[in-house]
Design a protein. Structure first.
Length: 533
């Protein structure tokens, strides 16, 4: 335990003060109040672990409450960073966690306000300067850099998936998407919209002089204590400036675990059986933002072995996967999906991943590859799994090609997980669930309906008051059986294919969502909002 007193001899000029050890107070503190002078000395980084909080500063000695007596590294960082001697006092861990979180929020807000004020003044001054164009030469402006860096750190800590920078005539707002829901996070000065957009474009290596056409890029940024963050960048010209959207992607391939996708046991078994086959096509479908890419990456990570030659064509690559040959398609240079696929097939591949099948040419090459001994993974945008087959036939793919190539299709959505801290039984939802058509072989029997206990959540500090924390997938996994192939050869409609899937016991997306309700993973209201049909 570090404990310092002002009796220590003063340090030499330019050197941090020496360390003296004195026994700490024996009585743990319960009331923790930080004086402004002590708060002004403290770097917000020292508060993020929630194990210490500053109290006061007197005669060059900073009094500090500490919960973990073994954090010598943290104490040395504080001592060196502040240039003060430390007097360390023990305190209850819960009290320190609460006080440090409140102080961190306050210091972060104060820093943000200072940067916003500086940005507003600087930008308005530039705008008033004859011949100046905001954003062209000022991309290294310190307040803009600090503001954007703090914004990204906050987003990563809070589990944000997307950041939207949206310029309007009188307002410039920043919105975060957390657990699938957008909410307003900031309102920077309107005058700095060009500076922020230009700074992001510089980080993504885009053309800062181009403001009339959409641009796409990528940022890979290390953040203190948060690791390396990969971001997809989309820039779009609007009436009042460039709208920029950052999609934050996990860079840790350790998160690519098939058990984290949310598949039911039978669905997981069917999907694993399909990807373990050496040839054939595996399709993942759903709307934008439904987690298709993460599902494909998870399957690729499982197949990624030393003896496999795996190549992927993506628009753009969202995560680096060592051992996999990833190509960013670029239609403007002639490097489209079809062209990349043709090149892949000349390099003796075992597995191919096509980011998206958008046209008949790409579909035709991918299906022929699946027919000739290659494993092919890809995505489409369709409502459900049976509709995927009908969609490919409507694109012009021959039914006999589909029947021989497609092994399995999984359609998916994402639902929010209930917060484990404030989850509680929902009696009202229980009565509604009895009328929600949940009885079936894939869910529960009629005799079990009365015993169902769905949950809801009221919101707490752990989940930010939303009642939810994180998201999980709901899936419809459709193995293409012989009976299904017979219907494909007859060019059956999506409705007929869906009836066949139901007769084979394939869960619909709605049934999969209700299964999450029955398991207490999500609420009935959330399941109905995402999979209402």
């Amino acid at each position: 335990m570090y404990s310092h007193a002002p009796t220590t001899p003063p340090s030499t000029a330019g050197q941090p003060p020496a360390t003296a050890h004195l026994p700490p107070s024996r009585t743990p503190l319960t009331a923790l109040v930080t004086e402004p002078a002590a708060a002004g000395l403290f770097d917000p980084r020292w508060l993020r672990d929630g194990v210490c909080v500053p109290l006061s500063v007197r005669d060059g000695v900073l009094r500090l409450a500490l919960a973990d007596a073994d954090r010598h590294d943290l104490l040395e960082a504080i001592r060196f960073g502040t240039g003060h001697l430390l007097e360390v006092l023990p305190a209850e861990a819960a009290a320190i966690a609460t006080a440090s979180a409140a102080l961190l929020e306050r210091l972060t807000a104060e820093s943000r306000n200072r940067d916003e004020a500086a940005m507003g003044i600087d930008a308005l001054a530039d705008a008033a300067t004859p011949g100046a164009v905001a954003g062209d030469a000022d991309t290294s402006d310190a307040p803009v850099v600090r503001y954007l860096h703090g914004l990204l750190e906050e987003a990563v800590r809070d589990g944000v998936s997307d950041i939207h920078f949206e310029p309007y005539e009188l307002v410039y707002r920043v919105r975060f998407r957390r657990d699938g829901v957008l909410h307003e996070a900031r309102q920077p000065p309107v005058a700095v919209r060009e500076r922020l957009a230009s700074r992001i474009k510089v980080m993504a290596r885009l053309d800062i002089a181009e403001r009339r056409r959409p641009q796409d890029g990528r940022i890979r940024l290390p953040l203190d204590g948060l690791g390396v963050v990969d971001m997809r960048v989309s820039v779009l010209p609007t009436l009042f400036g460039e709208k920029v959207v950052l999609r934050l992607m996990p860079s840790d391939t350790g998160t690519l675990d098939i058990d984290r996708l949310g598949l039911e046991a039978a669905q997981k078994a069917a999907l694993l059986e399909a990807i373990d086959r050496p040839d054939g096509m595996v399709l993942v479908t759903g709307p934008t933002g439904s987690g298709k890419t993460m599902t494909l990456y998870t399957l690729l990570a499982r197949l990624n072995r030393a003896g496999e030659n795996i190549s992927s064509a993506e628009d753009p690559a969202e995560m680096h996967l060592p051992g996999i040959n990833q190509v960013n398609v670029n239609e403007r240079t002639g490097l489209g999906f079809a062209a990349v696929l043709r090149a892949f097939l000349r390099q003796d591949p075992d597995t191919l991943m096509v980011g998206e099948i958008r046209d008949l040419e790409t579909a035709d090459i991918a299906i022929k590859a699946a027919q000739t001994g290659h494993r092919v993974l890809s995505t489409l945008h369709t409502r459900d799994a049976p509709g995927t087959l009908a969609r490919l036939m409507s694109m012009g793919v021959a039914p006999f090609q589909l029947a021989s190539a497609v092994r399995i299709i999984t359609a998916q959505r994402l639902v929010r997980r209930l917060c484990g801290q404030c989850r509680r039984p929902d009696a009202q939802a229980a009565s509604r669930l009895q009328n929600a058509d949940v009885v079936g072989p894939a869910l529960i029997t009629a005799s079990e309906v009365d015993r169902v206990a769905p949950f809801t959540a009221d919101g707490c500090s752990a989940c930010g008051g939303t009642g939810f924390s994180g998201r999980v997938g709901v899936h419809q996994v459709l193995p293409v059986s012989d009976a299904m192939n017979a219907l494909i050869l007859q060019q059956a409609s999506a409705r007929e294919l869906a009836r066949q899937a139901q007769s084979e016991g394939v869960m619909t997306l709605r049934e999969a969502a209700l299964a999450k309700v029955l398991a207490g993973v999500t609420s009935l209201a959330e399941a109905e909002s995402v999979c209402h049909a």
